[in-house]
Design a protein around this ligand. Sequence first.
Ligand code: NAI
Length: 679
Amino acid sequence: MTQKNYKHFQLETDADNIAWLSIDKANASANTLNRELVDELDSILDELETERPRGLVILSAKSGSFIVGADINEFTTIKSTEQARELIRRGQSVINRIEGLRFTTVALIHGHCLGGGLELVLGCDYRIAEDGVKTRLGLPEVRLGIHPGFGGAARLPQLIGAPAAMDLMLSGRAISARAAKRLGIVDFAVPDRQLKDAARSVVQKPPHKKPLPFWKSATNHGLVRPLLAKILRKKVAAKAPKNHYPAPYALIDLWARHGGNKQAMLQGEELSVAKLVLGDTAQNLIRVFFLQEKLKSLSKNPFQATRVHIIGGGVMGGDIAAWCALRGMQVTVQDRQEATLAKVIQRAAKLYKKKLKKPRLVQEVLDRLTPDKNGLGIAQADVVIEAIFENVEAKQNLYREIEPQMKPGALLATNTSSIPLDVLSDCLSDPARLVGIHFFNPVAMMQLVEIVSADNTDPEVIAKATAFTRQIDRLPLPVTSTPGFLVNRVLMPYLLEAVVLESEGVSPQVIDKAALDFGMPMGPIALADTVGLDICLAVAETLSQSMNVDVPERLRSLVESGKLGKKSGQGFYRYPAKKKGKPEIEKPGKGDYFPPDIQDRLMLRMLNEAQACLREGVVSDRDMLDVGIIFGTGFAPFLGGPIHYIESQNTEALLEKMRHMHESHGERFTPDASWTSVG
Ligand code: NAI
């Protein structure tokens, strides 16, 4: 047995002459592919070619993952297409070399095997994955505005057939070891303890590989590709327009043109990814990726909660409780009404079935969620989250009652969406202990959580709330306790402008289309219906007391007539029971009234409010503002956030538009004082 250590690898050759190459990127918690690592791998391959072991097993020395992808930091250093092409060629060439080795190669996969990591293992003869919950395989490149470039687009459709391969590459989703086995991406999915034995026996007696069934391989045929490509383009168009997200279309075009020819595909990948990576969409999506990482890194306090107590089992409290239990905590949930608590458990069970599928796992999580009408959990809880009615007196009465029962050092948080923290904390014997942990609806889908603090909030409490938010896998955004905090404040003027447009006779479809054309994932009218018009009205009314917003009569009248949006079956749109919550939305008709300034009216109100929040210091800086609005409102990620968007435009022209709007539509378009200082 011999062992050699390199900077990022260890190579061990055992008594059977099998070489075990462990990837262990220096000074990193996970393996990512960068130039240095790829160069080192290349030189190890030189040695292996001379040594000719019986077989090569590639594995990861990191505990939680195999290779999580290419090093995205490197993407930001690329300055020219030529430089990008060179980097891609380098990656492709080392994988081609692995593929060309004249002895059996096996990849042993555990944990995340994503992007460039999966492309690397596609160069091996065999792939064995650990059959465990942490194993995830995928090609998420489209999420960063590019597509696989290290041979993934060339190899995967050949390996498993085009429909499944394109689905994975176009969606960017990651799959389990078992799903990968079913699709044919990995040859074996085995438990952890059998991984090494499985690899050894594959090297010693390489199993016969079944060819891809005819009906799958036919999907790559030159006559089939154009037809399939047409279907794929249509499918993608329903989700991501080409002018906003060019990568999936580039991938489909590439495969349609060269799908049967590996060499041409590899060259096409190089050219296409090099072009995409320097484009605005990819650069902005990469920026969003780093901003998201920045939010994750805000959690520095070692606080770890074990027990959480939620008070108020309504829309928010119930879902927060369910989510915390799903993330591993012991949760007690308190409400005045038994019936409400029963509903919390029902909703939670539904969520867990969807997420966990296996009844045993569902039951495990349900066992951690306990209805607690009398609040017995308060005294043991590390975190108490209040999510009762939006009413100062009710909340204060509750705090007075629970403060003496709470453990010292336990976190007391409110989910209030509009009441200033210092007003609420006034009744506490220690007002500095109250913090806002403001979730968005639906809790299980919305990653962002605002961490709200007042001037007197204890910094230690804020740090603990931030750590807790990460513990439950949400993104913490620190904001000041000013009306609407960040997200609702920026969102509301945009939603209200949509309501004003609708009351002027513009159809909801036309309004929503204008926002979708800008790049919003959902139109403002559909969004208002989803959030609930009563909730919109309540937030708008609160904001109207402190901001330049008028509450449109139309919103009030809809709420008064019981039309609350999706939840009541009707809001601006109708939601017939037979369509299971889907709205009846017709496409805008030719005769529809389409005001020429509709998109500006909607978006400028949002951008203007974003500017105001930045100037007032609601968040600490422009990055926090951009990431908050992207994750809190869905603001077109490919534009990199509202402030980034403003700065990338001709600001003078935007300001001119604002002035023009101000003249024609009134006070609500008054440009924020900061407009003159940007650009
Ligand atoms: P909800 O009306 O659905 O639920 C409130 C629940 O609290 C009810 O089940 C009620 O029985 C219970 N409750 C009231 N007083 C109580 C008390 N003293 N002890 C125990 N239980 C009590 O309200 P929702 O929508 O869940 O809102 C709760 C809080 O979350 C509010 O502060 C709201 O501003 C905030 N919020 C709401 C969002 C939404 O979209 N609904 C979004 C973000 C925050």
